[in-house]
Design a protein around this ligand. Sequence first.
Ligand code: 13P
Ligand code: SF4
Length: 324
Amino acid sequence: MPENVKSKNLTDQELIRRIQQLKSEKNAVLLAHYYQVPEIQDLADYVGDSLGLAQKAATGKSDLIVFAGVHFMAETAKILNPTTKVVLPDLEAGCSLADSCPKDDFAAFKAKYPDHIVISYINCTADIKTMSDVICTSGNAVQIVESFARNQKIIFAPDKNLGGYINRVTGRNMVLWDGTCEVHDVLSTEAVINLKLDNPDAKLIAHPECKAAVLELADFIGSTTAMLNFTKTDDSKRYIVATETGILHQMQKDSPGKEFLIVPTDETCSCNDCPYMKLNTLEKLYLCLKNEQPEIILNDEVIKAAEVPIRRMLDISKKLNLIK
Ligand code: 13P
Ligand code: SF4
C-alpha cells in the first residue's frame, strides 16, 4: 500500500513523534474537540468545546489548520480563515444533527415563518449557516437567544433538544427544527434513574443535547467546557455524566481524585462514543498533516454569507464576557 494510504504500521509513539515534527515544520495548528480520542487531545495545541474552538479558529495565525473534530467544525474554521488551508483527518466525520437539516428542506421550513429570525446551533452545515441570522453553541445558546427582544419570533435549528431546553429556561416559544444528536438523544433515562438510585452521593451532569427527561433529573446542565469547569470547582466527589465519553479524559486529568460514571445508551452498551468524532485516528491525523488533505473546500459566496452569523455570535459572546 502506498504511504499516503497506509503509514507502514507505525507505532503510536512514532506517529506522535512525526505529528509533532510535521506540526512544527509546517507551522500548523492542531485544534481538537473534547470528544477526540485521548492521544489526539494530548497532541492538540488547543482542545475545547465548539465555542472555544470557534473562538480559537477566529484568532488563528498558522499556515495550516488541522481540525481534529467533525466536518461542520472544520467548515467553521475555514469560514473564519478563508485564505488558510483547513484539513480534517477523515472527511466522513460528519454529524447527525448537521445531516438532519438539509438545505432545501430548511429553506422550505424557513419560508413558512417569514417574520421569524433564525438562530442556528453551530452543529449545522455551512449552507444552513448562510440562511441563519446568528449562530450559537451549547456554551452560549441561552445568552444568544436572550440577547433578542422577548417578542422576537425565532426559529431554532437544528437541535430540538437544545431548543426545547432554551425554551424552558427562557420562557420563549421558539419554533424548533426536528433534529437530534444521535449520541445524546439516546442516553437512557432508565439508566440515569438506576445510576442515581445506586449512587445517591453522585451529581448528575448533562449536556443540553440530551432529551428533556434526562435534563429534568440533572443537577447541572451545560456545554462540554461548562461541565468540565463545574466538576473542577464543585465540592462533590462523584458524578454521573450524561454526554459523550471523550470528555472523561479531561475530567479525570483535571480532577484526579474524583469519580465519573458515564450514562450508557442501553443495557448492552456502556460507551457513548460519537461514531463521527471517533473516525479520526492518530494514523489519519499523521497522513492528513503529511499530505495536507483531505482539505475543506467551500465556495466564496458560502464563506461570505456564513461568516456573518458566526461573527455575530462571537461579537455577542465577547460583549457578554462569555469569551475573551
Ligand atoms: P459542545 O462542544 O458545544 O459542548 O457540543 C457538543 C457536541 O456535540 C459537539 O458536536
Ligand atoms: Fe454531532 Fe452528536 Fe457527534 Fe456532536 S456528538 S458531532 S452533535 S453526532
